[in-house]
Design a protein around this ligand. Structure first.
Ligand code: M6R
Length: 626
């Protein structure tokens, strides 16, 4: 996840060391490239490259940079591979302005084309550069600087925070949309950052600007204006009291809990990104015309692929084969060819098992695409193209937000394969889908909620509601069942791989044995394990309640304690023990929401057992071995 920091000082001074320290404090967000720029009178000094803060700063001697304004940026690649030219900050065409952003400008590709057609010098693929040219466009049309920024804000779609400065000025300017931004007010300086950690050692007096506001920073004051009408908005600084460690974890005790709570926001950003991605339609066409379609991954990524397979069957009426990467080599690679399509799914993009499968598939001429979180990773380079998961850095070893964004991507692709959904602005006016989540294939309806919104757009809010609704109850259940070192997690249809994922999370961080299984399979053997109080979690899809109720009764009469995750339903309430209620939605979205209580259950049980959920024993975030 990119990070920006900017500072304005009273006098010209060595800013290099301040920028290096600020960049170091942003590293916990994750990054692949680093850059810094200082402005001194008419001179802009810009240095940047791919690499770690220490290496790039030493190689380009950031320490000698001076000025009265400076900025640094840590880049986590989304638009454009990690490279010197795509690193930030960026200059405008003439080198009079310099700017940097974090987040994603989703209409980057279209805007770049417009800027090139308007005669601007566009040097990179990166959307940070697009932000700079968006301001330049209006300067060229004769607008005052602040008005050019206001107009640029209207052109830049997505979720981001942006800072810009120009030669022969004494200020920096910043605005944000969707992403976070904090302004710091110190003694003889002002500063800004994507988040608190890079500001805290300098000052604890902060202002948090809102979307639709432009902040002008002088060394001794800041001014907040409305983008809409340019009017000044009064904002009083607040004093921050938290420690640095707490701030890095966003106030949460562990990264895992922070990442669980980030899921709604990263899903929102992902949906915006996919709406603006030219690769989506191309991938959808390939998936539709494939002889066989394989979804390949390991661990959590395999579970997301398995959910995706159910979505593609239910919504688009197509078979997609989910397969564990090493098994793909043995079972499918000998049979695949150029008419087949594989989507390789990975958070890290470096999992050796996945890369081995990719190599085997490519040897047979299969068309290979990817879904990866780490842009610039081996997978993103080795596939024809890779859709980014847009989650930023996932620090905690148990995958949470990358799983849900993988699932959201598959839902997005399934809707598009079925012709059930279109990005906003491309509304074809198809009728409202009313058949509860199992639409007839090829019906060319647009999937909307009862409020008329696209079903996809409701996901982030539903995720937020789920976390809020289930929180205290899940903590109480975790306490109740924590003594058990053996349990099961059962689901059916789209909730079957969700149950597998829940069981993996529980195993991974509680060190208890938890088996995920198709609910109907339980009677074929594991039923003999049930004794009094034995915990069994069911994830009930809204269309599968009668089937789940049979499963609940089978185990309850033998003494099991059942915990059902599902929508409010009198039948589930009457038959089982605990019902953990998630919001009402359709069958596909309900399955996605069902994983959130399981993530929280695992987290609380891990903490109650005295373990560190972020760094479970024996495990590594990236598995680059066979
Ligand atoms: O980076 P990847 O998605 O390829 O990693 C695959 C698995 O190692 C990973 O999902 C693992 O299962 C997670 N730590 C589970 O939380």
């Amino acid at each position: 996840m990119c990070g920006i920091f900017g500072i304005v000082t009273q006098d010209e001074q060595p800013l290099g060391p301040i920028l290096i320290d600020a960049a170091r404090r942003l590293t916990y967000r994750g990054y692949d490239s680093v850059g810094a720029a200082t402005i001194s009178g008419s001179k802009i000094d810009l240095r940047k490259d791919v690499g770690k803060v220490e290496d790039v700063a030493a190689r380009y001697n950031f320490a000698e940079m001076t000025g009265s304004r400076g900025m640094t940026q840590l880049r986590w690649a989304t638009f454009g591979e990690p490279s010197q030219v795509n690193s930030q900050p960026h200059l405008d065409s003439n080198g009079d302005m310099v700017g940097a952003h974090n987040g994603n400008v989703v209409n980057n590709v279209e805007l770049r084309k417009e800027f090139i057609a308007e005669g601007m010098t566009v040097r990179s693929q990166n959307d940070g550069e697009t932000c700079v040219h968006a301001v330049e466009r209006y300067i060229k049309r004769g607008y005052e600087f602040i008005d050019a920024i206001r107009l640029a804000y209207g052109d830049l779609q997505g979720d981001y925070a942006f800072v810009i400065g120009r030669a022969n000025d004494d200020k920096l300017y910043a605005f944000k949309k969707g992403s976070g931004m904090v302004i710091g007010i110190g003694d003889g300086f002002t500063c800004l950052s994507s988040d608190l950690p890079s500001i805290l050692p300098l000052t604890r007096n902060v202002i948090r600007p809102q979307d639709g506001e432009i902040v002008t920073l002088w060394a001794d004051r800041v001014e907040v204006r409305s983008v809409k009408d340019g009017k000044i908005i009064q904002r009083m600084p607040e004093t921050v009291t938290e420690s640095m460690d707490t701030v890095q974890k966003g106030g949460y005790p562990h990264f895992m809990l922070k990442e669980i709570h980030e899921q709604a926001q990263v899903a929102r950003e992902l949906i915006h990104l996919l709406d603006g991605s030219p690769d989506v339609q191309l991938l959808v066409e390939k998936m539709k015309s494939a002889r066989h379609l394989y979804l390949i991954g390991c661990g959590t990524s395999y579970h997301a692929a398995s959910v995706g397979s159910v979505y593609i069957a239910q919504l688009a009426g197509r078979a997609a084969i989910p397969v564990l990467a090493p098994q793909f080599i043995a079972q499918y690679a000998p049979a695949v060819g150029y008419e087949d399509v594989g989507i390789f799914v990975s958070q890290s993009g470096e999992t050796k098992d996945v890369l081995n499968a990719l190599e085997a598939a490519e040897k047979r001429g299969m068309a290979c695409y990817g879904l990866a979180n780490v842009v610039g990773s081996t997978l993103t380079k080795a596939t024809s193209f890779c859709l980014p998961l847009c989650c930023g850095y996932e620090i905690s070893v148990p995958a949470t937000k990358t799983f849900t964004n993988q699932v959201v991507t598959f839902l997005y692709l399934a809707y598009r394969m079925a012709g059930l959904d279109t990005p906003p602005g491309l509304d074809t006016g198809f009728a409202h889908s009313t058949n509860g989540g199992y639409p007839s294939t090829g019906s060319r309806q647009r999937s909307t909620t009862s409020s008329g919104r696209r079903a996809l757009d409701s996901i982030p809010d539903l995720m937020e509601q789920t976390i809020e609704m289930v929180g205290p109850q899940i903590e109480a259940i975790a306490k109740d069942i924590n003594e058990w070192n053996d349990m099961y997690c059962l689901g059916y249809g789209a909730t079957y791989p969700i149950a597998l994922e829940g069981a993996l999370k529980l195993k991974e961080i509680t060190y208890a044995h938890c088996e995920g299984m198709l609910s109907t399979e339980f009677k074929h053997g594991p039923l003999s394990a049930v004794s009094k109080g034995f915990p069994i979690v069911f994830v009930a899809g809204p269309n599968d309640v009668p089937l789940i109720i049979s499963g609940i009764n089978e185990v309850k009469v033998r003494g099991a304690r059942t915990i059902t995750i599902g929508e409010e339903d009198a039948r589930l309430r009457a038959n089982g023990d605990d019902l953990v209620v998630i919001p009402k939605s359709d069958a596909q979205i309900s399955a996605l929401l069902g994983v959130l209580p399981l993530q929280l259950l695992s987290y609380h049980m891990s903490v109650m057992r005295g373990f560190d959920p972020d760094f479970p024993r024996n495990l590594s975030k990236t598995l680059t071995v066979d």
